[in-house]
Design a protein around this ligand. Sequence first.
Ligand SMILES: [Zn+2]
Length: 102
Amino acid sequence: MIKIYSAGNITDAYLLQSLFSEARIETQILNEYAQGGVGELSFTQAYPELWLINAADAKQAIEIIKQFEQREVPVGSIQCPQCGEPNPDSFEVCWQCQTTLP
Ligand SMILES: [Zn+2]
C-alpha cells in the first residue's frame, strides 16, 4: 500500500474514499479514529490518511485528489433523507449510508 493523501478531517477522508470507489480505486483509511472526542489529548500527525491498495492506481488517484482540492467553496450540499449527513450535490448516493439522494 502507498499513502496517497492526508486529510484535514475524517469527513474529507470519507468523501475522497467515496470518489475513489466510484473510479474503482481501492483505498483504506488509517487513523480513522485518531481525532478522538472533545477534551481528549490530540496527537500530532494523527490526521486521517488514505492509503492506496494498488500502487498502479496512483496516477488516477492523484488526478481525483486534485479535482477534490480544487473545490474552493464547499459545493451545494444535499442532506441525506436517511441519516441526515450532508453530501455534495454531485453525489447520487449518500457517502455514509448509500441511500439514493433526491
Ligand atoms: Zn445517508
